[in-house]
Write a protein that binds this ligand. Structure first.
Ligand SMILES: Nc1ncnc2c1ncn2[C@@H]1O[C@H](COP(=O)(O)OP(=O)(O)OP(=O)(O)O)[C@@H](O)[C@H]1O
Ligand SMILES: [Mg+2]
Length: 431
């Protein structure tokens, strides 16, 4: 087909992971962090095949095929580790697929991670020319675009500074400006917008929309579902390296959210292996109750809830001064709320066998949205007993925190807080 610009046929990508065995660790803390990281990685990816402890084989992409037509704006979504960046790296020819073929028609500009595409020793100005040349543009053509790029990136003052001296924000601004303005036929962007501030993110989304309107092709990886929904005309959902769905952005987003729930629902905390900590105490269940002790599956702002974790104490001794911490993360992974016993001097005593810990939260101050919930248990801040990062997914849907029917601005801010306003004519304030 003549309007097909990208054709991906049965691609797969295998990584061989090499673990060093006899590494000397600098400190106990380093050693622990490293072990936890390995454990987490292993538990997160049960599909990884163990060849021997030092060599591990892992398929980051498995038999993925699709076609992209000129002018498609494709949002690629999926959980962490689903293979999104690997796919973009293959399409940008930064890495080769282990199996399968790709065919690309047109000039590709890609913005993958902070760092790719720019030469650190060269100045901002030199990098603009270098990137233009890589894209096959002549000097005149680049000159024509130069001022626009610099203005967009807001780096006028630093044009003659080597980019290795740039802050990560400046770096991404310039990299984005170059990729988007040098008129590529295909623009590939991986999650970089997360680095910039809100003002710049907005500008980037606007620019990507323009690029799309000009009939150029955009591939966009993001965890920001609202950006994917507003920007993209098509959605690809990757699930553990497989093509889960190739459809409308709305349908791909729904599948992504459904799977997030399913994952949390299907696995009892007791059976979860993706956890860190000594394991002397383990969280085995998680439930939420409303003020009348009725179990609920979604929450509403402004209401009161009990968050309950059941635990098993494997030490078989009563423990005192145990810290429990429940963290809520938004869709972008920012911690938005943190309930922790030691903030309120309420560290807990646990009995020698098993029991429940309940945390009462009044007047829930969260706006509508999907949240990830993590459980952290430690003993007197000395030893991590149990830590499950993805303990559950929770939605806040509706409610009346303000008592006015307003739900706040969930896409703008997740925390709700009441405020009192008044207008004064002069500073004759009461004393
Ligand atoms: N160079 C590499 N060597 C070994 N494993 C890798 C390499 N690059 C990626 N992986 C692994 O491949 C899997 C897919 O990684 P990828 O970066 O494509 O995921 P992603 O969907 O972009 O995730 P995220 O949302 O966290 O960015 C992960 O498990 C990752 O650890
Ligand atoms: Mg990635």
């Amino acid at each position: 087909m003549s309007d097909t610009v990208i054709k991906v046929e049965n691609i797969a990508k295998k990584y061989i992971l090499a673990h060093q065995q006899q590494e000397r660790y600098k400190s106990v803390r380093d050693s622990l962090t490293k072990k936890l990281k390995l454990l987490e990685d292993k538990l997160r990816h049960p599909g990884k095949k163990q060849l021997n402890p030092e060599r591990e084989e892992f398929w980051a992409l498995k038999d993925v095929s699709f076609e992209i037509k000129q002018g498609d704006r494709v949002g690629i979504i999926g959980r962490n580790g689903a293979g999104k960046s690997t796919l973009l790296k293959i399409l940008s020819r930064i890495t080769e697929p282990t199996k399968g073929r790709i065919n690309i028609k047109g000039r590709v500009a890609s913005l993958l991670e902070v760092g790719t595409g720019f030469h650190p020793e060269l100045t901002g100005r030199e990098n603009i020319y270098l990137n233009g040349a890589i894209l096959g543009m002549g000097k005149k053509e680049i000159q024509r675009k130069f001022d626009e790029i610099v203005a967009f990136a807001e780096v006028e003052k630093f044009l003659d500074t080597p980019v290795k001296r740039y802050s990560s924000g400046m770096y991404v601004r310039l990299a984005f400006a170059v990729a988007a303005h040098l008129e590529p036929e295909i623009l590939i962007i991986d999650e970089v917008l997360a680095v910039g501030d809100a003002h710049f993110q907005k500008k980037c989304l606007g620019k990507m929309e323009d690029v799309g309107k000009e009939g150029r092709t955009v591939l966009f990886v993001s965890h920001n579902m609202s950006a994917v929904e507003s920007l993209c005309s098509r959605g690809i959902y990757l699930d553990c390296g497989c093509l889960g769905l190739d459809t409308s952005p709305q349908a791909a987003i729904s599948r992504y959210l459904e799977n997030a729930y399913a994952l949390a629902d299907n696995v009892l905390l007791a059976n979860r292996t993706d956890r860190n900590g000594s394991g002397k105490v383990r969280a085995i269940s998680f439930r939420v109750f409303d003020a009348k002790y009725k179990e609920v599956s979604s929450l509403q702002s402004g209401k009161d809830y009990y968050f309950e974790v059941g635990y098993l104490n494997y030490t078989e001794k009563a423990l005192s001064n145990v810290v429990f911490s429940f963290d809520f993360f938004d869709e972008k992974g920012n911690t938005v709320l943190l309930f922790r016993t030691n903030f309120t001097n309420s560290n807990l005593n646990l009995n020698a066998k098993a029991g429940y810990v309940r945390c009462k939260v009044s007047n829930l101050a969260l706006a509508n949205g999907l949240y990830r919930f993590s459980v952290f248990i430690s003993h007197a801040d000395q030893e991590i007993l149990d830590f499950i990062q993805d303990a559950a997914y929770i939605t806040v849907d509706g409610g009346d925190f303000f008592g006015t029917g307003s739900s706040g601005l969930p896409s703008h801010c997740k925390i709700l807080a009441k405020s009192e306003w008044l207008s004064v004519d002069s500073y004759e304030l009461e004393t």
